[in-house]
Design a protein around this ligand. Structure first.
Ligand SMILES: Cc1cc2nc3c(=O)[nH]c(=O)nc-3n(C[C@H](O)[C@H](O)[C@H](O)COP(=O)(O)OP(=O)(O)OC[C@H]3O[C@@H](n4cnc5c(N)ncnc54)[C@H](O)[C@@H]3O)c2cc1C
Length: 506
């Protein structure tokens, strides 16, 4: 049923569904029991120490591992609707897990309630006549690429195929194709969503347009998304790979990087680069620039925009750009290549492009990390990713998103891996200090940008607050309309919240 919402109907329905109205009560055992009764014999509710539970309770990063009271594994939107209705009625805390790649503890798991694990929502329906694919919310990008690659078409998805479809699309989504088609979320044409009262609604440019806009960056604040219908593009063979630069070459990278962002990015939409700097333990740092070109190239004479990094003018350690048959080939390589992390934490900010500031940020990162690099398992990287004009253009023509970006910027994100829980607090302290210094440097250079990319945010950041006043006003309006009792702000304890609708637990 595709319905436009009537607020009056919605409020009266919720009043019926939330007789206790106190979302502060935690009754996970009751909800687990009720779920077990409702889905009896279907194997959809798993309890600790059972094989099913252990198989489901897996996360990209060990630091996000918690022990839900039970794990519910729906196989349809109707199952999700039954469960969410039950949680709302009984004020049960719950968490929603897509691909479990966000390392923030308590975001896609819970110690305090029921985990909805979406893995069973794994449909993939390609409609060649409309150039779209409906993707079940429990898929990882690997499944999507494996399905589409043989057809020589693709979607805007994760650059590491192990990432989950859901969290990625609900936070924005930077894809290898984003310089052509913008944020991945702006290429989603329809969302199927279970609201707090258990109704299943659809958001598109024809229906519930305010919900469509809100889900593009609004994360888990509006409902459980059960399916995404995304645009499909004809991309087949492509050129891709990584180039590594030694420490001595790093100072030579920032001028060309600035030149690429300002003068070449918009003119070369098929090209994508991930400029990243890596420090493993006490070993010397190196730069790793991932390259992608959305068509096969003459490897003896690559397009200049790519060649500038791989022709040796800036001395390099190694490079591995090859032609691949599959659009998802590089992402699948990285997905298979990168095993789940021991412990992991991201942190993020953004800046306006500036060659000297890139160098300064690199220096700050190197210097600030130095005292921490003997932490066991230390892997520390910082990326400077340009969000170009195309992202802004597409967001204006696709029905809008919540991100509030009106001009190009550079997302600066750090990603740290380490081994022991005893170092968790130290690593988080390091990231706090590092980003304070980076923000100060950007401010001093007059290149400050407020935007924080949600998908790289640390739990103590407030990325949605960074979207700006106009976006927040629209998000708050949509929130009052679609989740008037703030079930997804209170019963869903983890996740990034809309200011004014914060969780009251945890
Ligand atoms: C190795 C690695 C590579 C990455 N590569 C990229 C990249 O190329 N581009 C990029 O933009 N980002 C990238 N990211 C970041 C990634 O987009 C985020 O971590 C994203 O949240 C992962 O989605 P998920 O479904 O796996 O996460 P989860 O941890 O399952 O979910 C993240 C958040 O979304 C909520 N959520 C999940 N599913 C739903 C749903 N169906 N309905 C409502 N709420 C939901 C969860 O409750 C949680 O708060 C990468 C991360 C890692 C670790």
């Amino acid at each position: 049923m595709r319905s436009s919402l009537s607020i009056a109907f919605f409020l009266s329905t919720c009043a019926l569904l939330l007789p206790e109205a106190s979302a502060t009560q935690t009754k996970p055992r009751i909800c687990c029991r009720k779920l077990s009764a409702k889905f009896q014999g279907q194997g959809k509710v798993a309890y600790p120490d059972t094989a099913n539970y252990l198989a489901q309770n897996k996360y990209w990063s060990e630091s996000s591992f918690l022990t839900p009271t039970c794990i519910f594994s729906p196989s349809s939107a109707n199952d999700v609707a039954e469960a969410v209705r039950l949680f709302s009625r009984n004020s049960c805390v719950f968490a929603i897990r897509g691909g479990s790649h966000m390392p923030n503890s308590g975001f896609s798991s819970t110690d305090n309630g029921v985990l909805i694990s979406l893995t069973g929502l794994n449909k993939l329906n390609y409609d060649a006549s409309r150039n779209v694919i409906a993707i079940g919310a429990g898929n990882k990008w690997t499944n999507v690429y494996n399905f589409l690659d043989p057809k020589n078409v693709t979607v805007l998805g994760g650059r590491n195929s192990d990432v989950g479809v859901s969290g990625f699309l609900l936070g924005g989504g930077i894809s290898y194709l984003s310089n052509s088609y913008g944020w991945a979320c702006d290429n989603v044409v329809e969302y199927e969503v279970v609201l707090a009262d258990g109704r299943i609604v659809y958001a598109s440019n024809n229906s519930n347009t305010d919900l469509l806009r809100s889900l593009r960056g609004g994360s888990s604040n509006f409902g459980v998304v059960t399916s995404f219908t995304a645009k499909v593009y004809n991309v087949g063979p492509n050129a891709s790979g990584r180039v590594y630069f030694p420490e001595s070459s790093i100072p030579q990278l920032f001028g060309p990087l600035y030149n690429y962002i300002v003068n070449q990015q918009a003119a070369n939409p098929k090209y994508h680069i991930i400029p990243n700097f890596v420090k493993i333990g006490t070993a010397a740092p190196r730069a790793s620039f991932t390259q992608f070109y959305a068509e096969a190239i003459d490897l003896a004479s690559p397009p200049p925009v790519m060649n500038q990094w791989i022709n040796g003018t800036i001395p390099l350690q190694s490079q591995a750009v090859v032609n691949r048959q599959d659009a998802g080939g590089l992402a699948k390589l990285f997905g298979a290549d990168a095993p789940p992390a021991n412990r992991s934490q991201w942190h993020v900010t953004s800046i306006i492009a500036d060659a000297q500031l890139f160098q300064d940020i690199y220096n700050i990162w190197l210097e600030t990390s130095q005292p921490y690099e003997t932490i066991p398992g230390w892997f520390n990287s910082i990326a400077m990713q340009p969000i170009g004009t195309k992202y802004v253009e597409v967001s204006q023509t696709s029905g809008g998103n919540a991100l509030g970006i009106t001009a190009p910027l550079v997302v600066v994100s750090a990603n740290v891996y380490w081994s022991n829980a005893s170092d968790d607090a130290t690593v988080r302290q390091f990231l706090g200090i590092l980003f304070k210094k980076i923000k100060d440097a950007a401010k001093a250079a007059g290149k400050e940008s407020k935007y924080e990319y949600l998908n790289y945010g640390a739990a103590n950041q407030k990325p949605i607050a960074s979207y700006g006043r106009e976006s927040l006003r629209k998000l708050a309006k949509a929130k009052r309309k679609y989740d008037p009792y703030n079930v997804f702000g209170t019963l869903v304890e983890g996740g990034f919240k809309i200011p004014g609708f914060q969780a009251i637990h945890g």
